[in-house]
Design a protein around this ligand. Structure first.
Ligand code: ARG
Length: 276
C-alpha cells in the first residue's frame, strides 16, 4: 500500500517534469514550427488539450519548404497557420507529405487541417471544405532561354512536353485545355530540373513558386512567358463538415483586419498585398 503510494507519487513527479519540458519548447515562438514537426510531440492545448494535425508539403517555395541552413520548415503558409492557430486558441502539430497526399488525406479525414498553397476548386470542394481565399495566385508557363522563341505563351505548347506537379491544378489545365504532353512529377523541383536539362520543353505551375524558384534557385535560367493563366485562390482545407473551418476562417478575417496577415505577406513577398 505504502509502496504503491510512493510509486504513484514518483510517477506524477515524472509526468510533471515531462509536461514542463514539453511546455517550455512550445512556449518559445521560435520553436513553434520545429516542435510542431517533431512527430508525436506532446503539446499543451490551450482549450481542450487536443492537438490538431496540419498537413503540408516541404518543397513549395515560398509557402512551405525546408530552410537550407536550419533544416526547419518555414514559409508563408507555416507562419500563417501558426498565427491562425494562436488566434483561434488551438494547438497544432505539422506533418509534411507530398501534395497529392494532402488533398486525398483531407478528403478521407486523415488530417484536421491542410495548408499547402492549395487552390480552391469545384472538384476539391466535393471532398474538402475550404476557408475564404488567403492568397491569389495564377498559373504561368516557363521555359529556358533556348525555347523562349518557340514557346512564347500557352498557345505554343501543343505537341510539346510540359512538366508539372502530380495532382496539381496545372496538370489538370494541361490535360483539359491544351494538346501538350503533360509530364507530372511528385515533386515540382524535378519538373524544373527536367526543363533546365532540356528533357522537357516547358513547365506550367503556380506563378509565385515559378518566380521564386527561378530567381533564387535557377539563377534566372527559367524565364516566364505569356500571361498569368486562370484565377487560383488558395484556401485552407478541412475534412467535409469539420467544425474547425469556421474557427480558422474567423481567425483569418481577424488577421486580415489587424495587420498580422499583411506583415506575414510582406515578410515573404517583399511588399504588402494590394489594397493595403
Ligand atoms: N495551387 C496548385 C494546386 O492547388 C499547386 C499547389 C502545390 N502546393 C504544394 N504545396 N506543392 O493544385
Amino acid at each position: 500500500m505504502y509502496r504503491k503510494l510512493l510509486l504513484t507519487l514518483f510517477l506524477s513527479v515524472l509526468l510533471g517534469v515531462l509536461a514542463a519540458c514539453g511546455g517550455s519548447s512550445t512556449d518559445n515562438e521560435q520553436d513553434a514550427s520545429e516542435s510542431a514537426t517533431e512527430e508525436g510531440a506532446e503539446a499543451e492545448g490551450d482549450s481542450d488539450g487536443k492537438v490538431y494535425t496540419v498537413a503540408t508539403d516541404n518543397a513549395y517555395v515560398p509557402f512551405e519548404y525546408l530552410d537550407e541552413e536550419s533544416g526547419e520548415l518555414v514559409g508563408f503558409d507555416i507562419d500563417l497557420i501558426t498565427e491562425l492557430a494562436k488566434e483561434a486558441g488551438i494547438e497544432i502539430e505539422i506533418e509534411t507529405l507530398e501534395f497529392a497526399g494532402i488533398v486525398a488525406g483531407l478528403g478521407s479525414g486523415k488530417f484536421d487541417i491542410g495548408i499547402a498553397g492549395m487552390t480552391i476548386t469545384e472538384d476539391r470542394k466535393e471532398n474538402i471544405d475550404f476557408t475564404q481565399p488567403y492568397y491569389e495566385a495564377g498559373l504561368i508557363l516557363a521555359v529556358t532561354e533556348e525555347n523562349a522563341n518557340e514557346i512564347q505563351s500557352i498557345d505554343d505548347v501543343d505537341g510539346k512536353v510540359v512538366a508539372t506537379r502530380q495532382g496539381s491544378t496545372s496538370q489538370k489545365y494541361l490535360e483539359e485545355e491544351t494538346d501538350a504532353t503533360p509530364e507530372a512529377f511528385p515533386e515540382i523541383v524535378e519538373a524544373y530540373q527536367n526543363v533546365l536539362a532540356g528533357r522537357a520543353d516547358a513547365v506550367l505551375y503556380d506563378l509565385p513558386n515559378v518566380q521564386f524558384y527561378s530567381e533564387k534557385e535557377a539563377g534566372g535560367e527559367l524565364i516566364t512567358v505569356g500571361e498569368k493563366l486562370t484565377g487560383e485562390d488558395y484556401g485552407i482545407g478541412f475534412p467535409k463538415g469539420s467544425e474547425l473551418r469556421d474557427k480558422i476562417d474567423e481567425a483569418l478575417t481577424t488577421l486580415k483586419e489587424n495587420g498580422t496577415y499583411d506583415d506575414i505577406y510582406e515578410k515573404w513577398f517583399g511588399e504588402r498585398p494590394e489594397g493595403t
